[in-house]
Design a protein around this ligand. Sequence first.
Ligand code: SF4
Length: 398
Amino acid sequence: MKSLKELYKTGRGPSSSHTMGPTKACMAFKEEFPFCDGYEVTLFGSLSATGKGHLTDKVITETLAPKPVKVVFDDKTPCKRHPNTMTIEGFKDGVSAAKRTYYSVGGGAIEIEGFPSFDPPEVYPHNSFDDIKKFCTENKLKLWQYAEIYEGDGLWDYLENVWQTMNDCIDAGLKADGVLEGGLGTVRKARTLYEQYVLNEAQEMRENRLVCAYAFAASEQNAGGGIVVTAPTCGSCGVIPAVFRYLKQKNDVPDREILRALATAGIIGNIVKTNASISGAECGCQAEVGVACSMASAGIASLYGMDLDQIEYAAEIAIEHHLGLTCDPICGLVQIPCIERNAVAALRALNEVTLADFLSDTRKISFDVAVKTMYETGRDLAGGYRETAQGGLAKIYK
Ligand code: SF4
C-alpha cells in the first residue's frame, strides 16, 4: 500500500477526479510545453458527462489562463482505458504544436498516455486487513502505530495539516450562505443547521444537528469549489471532518488522538483504494461515501479505545450496508444527493461503532470480504450509476 499522503490530499473541490486531476494535467502540460499560446481541451467519458456540473471546464480555463482555452465535451467517443479521459492540444501561432492524453485516475492522481504511469512508492508491505491485523497482533500494535512505523514521524505533521484544513473547511462552510453555483438552486444549509438551537434540546437531537451541520459545511464548501481534503475523495469529504470535529468538542479529545484516528481511518481507506476503488466513476457512491463512512467508523472506534476486531467490524458494517449505493448527481453537480449523503453517512458511522462495540465477536463477514464484494458490485453497476449523471436521481429528477 502507498502512503496515507496519497489518500488525504488537499485541493479545490468539487471532485478529486474532475477538478484536482484535470488541474494537475493542465499544470503538467503547461510545464512541458511552455511555448503554447492557446489550448483546446477535450473531455471524454465521465469528465464529459459531468464535467460542467463538477466545474471541470472552470478549473481548466483558470489553470491555463491567461492563454485562451476552448473546452470541448465529447460524449460520443468511448474511453478505452479509463472513464476519466482528457486530451490537451496546445497551439502556437494558430498551429497545433503539442498534444497529450491524460487519465484522471482518482484521488487527484493522473496518468499520461504513452508514459509509464507515475506510481508513488509502496510504503506498506501489507495490502489486506487480515495481513495487517496479523502483523499488529503479533507485534502488539494499534493501527496508528502500524502507520507510524512505515510512514515515519513526518506522518504526524502531515496529518496535523490535514486536520487543520478540515477544520478551516468546516469553519468557512458554517459562515457561508446563499445559493451554490450550477443552476440547481441548492441553498447552503450548514449555517441554518448550526444555528437552529432550540431550548432544552435533547442530547441526541443536538448530536444529529451538529454532526449534520459540520458535514453540510464541508460538503457545501466542496460543491462551491472551496479547499477540501479528500477523505477519501472530494465528494465524500464531509463525513470524517464532521464526526471528528463533533467528538473532539463533545469529549474534549486532544488533537493528538484525532491525528491517530485519522491514521487509523487512513489505513482503512488505503486498503479499499489498493484492493478495490475509491472512485464513483468506477464503482458508484459506495466507493466514495460508503468508504468515507467506513473510514470514519474505524476512526471513531479507535478514538473510543476499541480493539482491532471491533475496529474491523465497525469498518466492515459501513461498507456492507452501503453496497450498491449508486452515483447519480443531478445535473452532474456534486450537490444532490452528495451533500446530504455525507451527513447521513456521518450519523451512520456513529451508530455503526455502537453496534461493533456490542457484537464484534459474533460477526461472519471480514473487512476484506466486504471490500471485495464492494468492488465486484461496483463493476457490475450499469454505467448510468457511475458518475455519468445519466441514471437514478439525475435521470428521474426534472
Ligand atoms: S453521488 Fe456520491 S460518488 Fe457521486 S458525485 Fe455525489 S458523492 Fe460523489
